[in-house]
Structures are given as C-alpha cells and as structure tokens.
Design a binder for this molecule. Structure first.
Ligand code: HGY
Ligand code: MN
Ligand code: MN
Length: 389
C-alpha cells in the first residue's frame, strides 16, 4: 500500500516553479495532476467520471448509485502558491480509502474522491468555479465565457459548454467532507473541524485618468489614476482594521505601465472578508465611498464591479459536532478562506476537516504541514468516511 510520502513526493515536482506552484486550472501541470488522479484511481480499481464541468470523481462503489459520500478538494493553486492548499485533500482521500480497505471495511454507500476545477479562480477569475457549476450557482454560458489572461475561455479550455447543475444533486450526494490544510494560526492540535466560512468577495476597481507624458506634464495638470488607486489601497487597509475585517488589494494592472507615462487606466481587485455579511458590506461600502471622493479630487473616474460573492457559510452543526466527537473532541473552528465545501454546504450536508498548519502561512511557497499531522488527517478522514457510510 503506497505511503503518504510516496504519493506526496510523486506530485511535488508537478507545476513547481522557482518560487512556488503554478498549477492553473486545465493548464499543463494541472492536466498532469489529473492524469496522476486517474492513475491513482486505476491502481485502486476506482472508475473515474467527469461531471462535464471539469470536476473529476474517482469512485469506490457504483458511480452515482445512491447517497454518495464525497471527499477531496482541488489541484489548482494561486500563482506561486503552496503545495498543500488543495492537493492535500485529494491525496488524503486516496490514502483514507486505502486505510479502510486494509481494515477490510466495505462501505454501504459509494465513496467518491473529487477534484474540483479552478477552486482558486487563479485562471478564470471566479473562485470555486467547478463547485459553482455542479450546484447550479453559475450558469454554464457565463462560466464558459470567462477568460484567462491570454483570452482563452473556460469553454475552450474545457473543450465544451459546461454541463452545469448535477441533476438530483441532493438525492445523489449524502455528504461531502473536504480535508484541507488550515490557513490561519488557529489549530494547535493535528486535526480540527470547520464551523463556518466568513462571507467574502472580489470587487474590480477600474480607475480611469488622463494618460500623459511623465516629464512634461505639470503636477497641477495631472489626472493620475495611480493616485486614486494608491489612496484606495490605504483606505481598504484602514477600513478593514477598524472593522476587524480583512481587505487586500494585491493584484493591479496599469495601462500603459511605462516608466515615463502617466497611466490612463489602473485596474485593481479588492478581496474583502468579514465575520458577517453586514460588516463585509459596511467595509466595502466605506472603501468605495472614500475611493469615489478621492477620484473627485484627482479628476479621475472610478467604476467598481462585483466579480464574485461568497455568502457566509455555517456548516451543518450536527455533522460538525458528530465528527468532532468521533475524532475524540477535536476543536471546531471557523475560517476566512473560501472552499468548494462552502459552495456545496447550501445543497448537501457538508463538513471540513482541517490539518494543522504550524505557521499558518498559505497561498505562499512557505505553506507547510508536518507529515505526522497529515497522517493524523488521513486517519481522521478514514474514520469519518467509515462513520458516514
Ligand atoms: O481565496 C480563498 O479563500 C480560497 O483559497 N480560494
Ligand atoms: Mn486557496
Ligand atoms: Mn483550497
């Protein structure tokens, strides 16, 4: 039976760049990981199905027979991301199946390991794209039209119009349990259970000014969108701090992005999250208000476009309590990171298992979980899958 170390070392080189992972959805590295997934399934006599949305399912039992229990996560990473965010849940799924088979266990319901497509939204801009399609949270046509930085659409990358909502979703899935590395500094023991996901979203800010010569344009004559942008970054930081929320403007595009030209357009994205919807709206409204006022002073224009919204998720309390008890009374804790489990939680009983992250660092090459804790996570997942089937 393969060990965690063997599986982990087997995928480690795939998509690893000089500075972290570049595993964008349906690009070459992720396609290699999909082949790895099919190979791991074949070694376990697990048939693989695709739901027509780019999500892969490896089955122990008849595919979609009845009351399937899903586990798994995603392969894709943020640009220069870490190794664990996503793949740990998929590798742990295969090893949990191995553990159960070793125990001679035979599930009464089909178990599927799922690899969701573009959970990070790192290529097509909308997080949890695969789970949103599976649950009908996004129209196939809108998903198909999403474009990457090279102008390639999701539909082109997928090779077809996505299938969208899985018919009979809530009849066919009895539970989803996603195992994931914890991404804060909140778990002091190897394994925990999720209670909630903070509401969060992404807003695109387009700052438009007057492109001009950096050397010959008087300061008083400028309408420089970079000023309005810079002010907005500081305003977002301040408003988040005041509200106990999280706000980040880490992605920016400048036209023409030349050393000696005042920009005509600066485009940036606000990632904002808060413990509840009211606080989140208040923070975003305050940032937009302050940015708009500043645009007035700078003589620039501002348009703000909401690009993705993820509502507050409160996981099924009875399921979370049951799993925490099953695992010996492990902590139940919230997260402000989004997950496919959060999308499915509106449709089927859903839980998350967290594996301790000693530094709490994530979305970074420095992301790490100790092997012993990963093994504890696999044992915990095996126990949970046994309990649910
Ligand atoms: O951004 C998130 O919270 C998740 O990693 N997609
Ligand atoms: Mn992530
Ligand atoms: Mn993730």
């Amino acid at each position: 039976m393969p060990t965690f170390r063997e599986l982990w070392d087997g995928i480690a080189p795939i998509g690893r760049g000089a500075n972290g992972y570049l595993r964008y959805a349906l690009t070459e590295p992720e396609l290699v990981l999909r082949d790895w997934f099919r190979n791991q399934a074949a070694r376990r006599d697990m048939p693989v199905t695709d739901d027509g949305n780019g999500n892969l399912f490896a089955w122990w039992g008849d595919p979609w027979a009845h009351d399937a229990v899903l586990t798994g996560s995603h392969f894709d990473s943020v640009p220069h991301g870490g190794a664990y965010d996503g793949p740990l849940g998929i590798v742990s799924g295969f090893l949990a199946v191995d553990r159960l088979r070793e125990q001679g266990y035979a599930p009464t319901k089909p178990i599927a390991i799922v690899a969701f497509v573009d959970e990070e939204g790192g290529r097509f801009g909308l997080p949890c794209l695969g789970s949103r399609l599976l649950t009908g949270a996004i129209e196939p046509e809108r998903a198909a039209a999403l474009r990457d930085v090279d102008g390639v659409t999701f539909g082109e990358a997928l090779g077809d119009l996505p299938a969208g909502l899985l018919p009979g979703l809530d009849r066919r899935i009895s539970a989803l349990v996603e195992l994931h590395i914890e991404q804060g500094r909140a778990l002091a023991v190897p394994v925990g259970v999720a209670s909630a996901i903070w509401p969060h979203g992404r807003w695109r800010f387009d700052f438009t000014g007057h492109g001009d010569h950096a050397g010959t344009t008087k300061m008083s004559d400028r309408r420089d969108p970079m000023l309005t942008y810079a002010y907005t970054v500081l305003a977002a930081n301040k408003e988040a701090r005041l509200a106990g929320a999280h706000a980040t403007m880490a992605r920016v595009e400048v036209e023409p992005n030349a050393t000696n030209a005042i920009p005509s357009v600066v485009r940036s994205w606000l990632d904002a999250r808060a413990e509840d919807n009211a606080t989140l709206s208040a923070v975003v409204d305050a940032v937009v208000k302050r940015a708009t006022e500043r645009a007035g002073r700078d003589g620039t224009e501002l348009t703000v476009t909401p690009e993705s919204q993820s509502p507050e998720v409160d996981f099924d309390t009875s399921l979370a309590d049951r799993l925490a008890d099953l695992l010996g009374g492990v902590p139940i804790l919230p997260t402000s990171a989004g997950h496919d489990a959060g999308v499915l939680s509106a449709h089927v009983p859903t839980a998350m298992l967290f594996v301790r992250n000693p530094t709490g660092i994530s979305h970074s090459p420095a992301e790490h979980a100790d092997e012993q804790d990963c093994l504890s996570g696999i044992d915990a997942l095996a126990k949970v899958l046994r309990d649910l089937t």
